[in-house]
Design a protein around this ligand. Structure first.
Ligand code: TXE
Length: 458
């Protein structure tokens, strides 16, 4: 299958361009080019690879505004967020530019000789990216993979390929060799599947839904191919009675409504200790009302539209029969942007067991549930198939430590909602994923250990 697909600006529902739909043959040609480019790349001195990646970082830095504007049009991200995302890509590249010269092996004491290990690149790595954070998630795969001596073929999501395509061009401008980092646009079932089945793609990085991720992992298992999975989430924001309630309530909207809730780390459940439940909701209501939803191009906007009409109806479906406590705003019917895929931020009182309390919504909907005590909070936080992120609000240090150890999630934050820093590991437990991205060890995850013994006996 080939041809093109049409891109839509989610804030206006208007078409903004056509993008090529690659065929299996075109994927195979890209992989063949990558195989050749990788051999030369891995043969370069580590400092030479580091220099090229630093140059790539600088070129991205010089194009932050252009990349951000592309993301505003293609994904509906508020311009302030899009600028952060583009700068983050430059920072990720800069951070992993340090890796080629730091991928040290070990010297292991053995009898009769010298034993050393090498971190060998896999070869070609396939990176499959979703539509929610097109640039940043792409960079978490391609930057450390390239740093470790691999070539990368990258498939952006069908809905949001524009920034990835531009990053592919900027890589060439920065001096990356032809074929080393290629962006192949097309459908998941063709391009993504070919990354899974192609014998020369030796590792796959997938971010997306848990159901597709499970199939990708099964396909990789058949090829004995390692896979990193970043999947869904249903993260809890746990607020204890002894917390700074004003601060916890003021920051809660950003923790779930950022990117219109289309964030794997969205704190889409707020668990509040019963004794302060009503007080917390009183404080949350004005914070949600003040959350600025509107034109993504406006500097003061905090939340844009959902990604597509069909995704908005999926999210709306979750609200059928739900007990809505209060809602924020969205462009009114007479607004020029009213045709976009808007949904106001929505706060729901949910029972344990309701699908809003357990399933990933991936939209601006948060479920608020009361809990009784510390063990109950941990039990409730863990009452989902997911285990990606979470926040704990308490002024009691011992409690913060106990709850952080008790919640089965890969990324937790106490008295804040931070999840992503390029220098710290990121990834999920349970159905939220397999493996970790970012942090000091990510480049090593794109290598295989080789052990070599040199006999010294005469
Ligand atoms: O994801 P998909 P979609 C969740 C979220 C969302 C739902 C669906 O709940 O509403 O998933 O989103 C490619 N082999 N998350 O449909 O289908 C696809 O082209 C190989 C959560 O966008 O999983 C795209 O590039 N690849 C998540 C990528 O996989 C395939 C982020 C993700 O698509 C493929 C995104 C196949 N058979 C969605 N089929 C998070 N939590 O961050 C599709 N793809």
């Amino acid at each position: 299958m080939s041809g093109t697909f049409t891109l839509i600006n989610p804030a206006t529902a208007q078409p903004i361009g056509e993008v090529a739909r690659a065929s299996v043959e075109q994927v195979d040609e890209a992989v063949a080019r990558a195989v050749i480019a990788q051999r030369a790349w891995a043969g370069l001195a580590p400092v030479a690879r580091a220099d090229v990646l630093r140059s790539f970082a600088r070129v991205v830095e010089a194009h932050v505004e252009e990349l951000a504007q592309l993301e505003v049009r293609n994904s509906g991200h508020p311009i302030g967020s899009a600028r952060w995302e583009a700068s983050h890509v430059a920072q990720v590249l800069n951070f992993y530019a340090g890796a080629p010269e730091r991928l040290s092996g070990r010297q292991i004491p053995v009898a009769g000789g010298l034993d050393v290990t090498f971190h060998e690149p896999y070869g070609v790595v396939g990176v499959i990216v979703p539509w929610n954070f097109p640039m940043t998630i792409a960079s978490w795969g391609f930057a450390p993979a390239l740093a470790a001596g691999n070539a990368v073929v990258l498939k952006p999501a069908e809905l949001t390929p524009l920034t990835a395509i531009r990053l592919g061009e900027l890589a060439l401008e920065a001096g990356l060799p032809e074929g080393l980092f290629q962006v192949v646009t097309g459908s998941g079932s063709v391009v993504g599947q070919r990354f899974v089945s192609h014998p020369d793609v030796r590792k796959v990085v997938f971010t997306g839904s848990t159901s597709v991720g499970t199939d990708v992992a099964a396909g990789c298992a058949r090829e004995l191919k390692p896979v990193t999975l970043e999947l869904g989430g249903k993260s809890a924001n746990i607020v204890f009675a002894d917390a700074d309630l004003e601060k916890a309530a003021a920051s809660a909207p950003g923790a779930v409504f950022d990117n219109a809730g289309q964030d794997c780390c969205a704190r889409s459940r707020i668990l509040v200790q019963r004794s302060v439940y009503d007080r917390f909701l009183e404080l949350l209501e004005p914070a949600v009302a003040a959350w600025r939803v509107g034109d993504p191009a406006d500097e003061s906007t905090e939340m844009g539209p959902l990604i597509s009409a069909s995704h908005r109806s999926t999210v709306e479906g979750f609200l059928d029969g739900a007990e809505v406590a209060f809602r924020g705003s969205a462009p009114a019917a007479d607004d020029p942007l009213a045709g976009g895929f808007w949904l106001p931020p929505t706060v729901v009182r949910a029972d344990r067991g309701h699908r809003l309390a357990r399933e990933e919504v991936f939209g601006p909907v948060v479920a608020v549930l009361p809990f009784d005590d510390e063990p109950d909070a941990i039990r409730l936080a863990n009452d989902t198939i997911y285990g990606l992120a979470g926040s704990i609000w308490t002024e009691n240090l011992g409690r913060a430590v106990r709850v952080a150890r008790g919640v089965k999630s890969g990324v937790l934050s106490v008295n804040s909602h931070s999840s992503v820093r390029y220098s710290t590991p990121f990834g999920g437990m349970k159905a939220s994923g397999l493996g970790r991205e970012l942090g000091p060890d990510a480049a090593e995850h794109f290598t295989e250990t080789k052990n070599v013994f040199f006999a010294t006996d005469v």
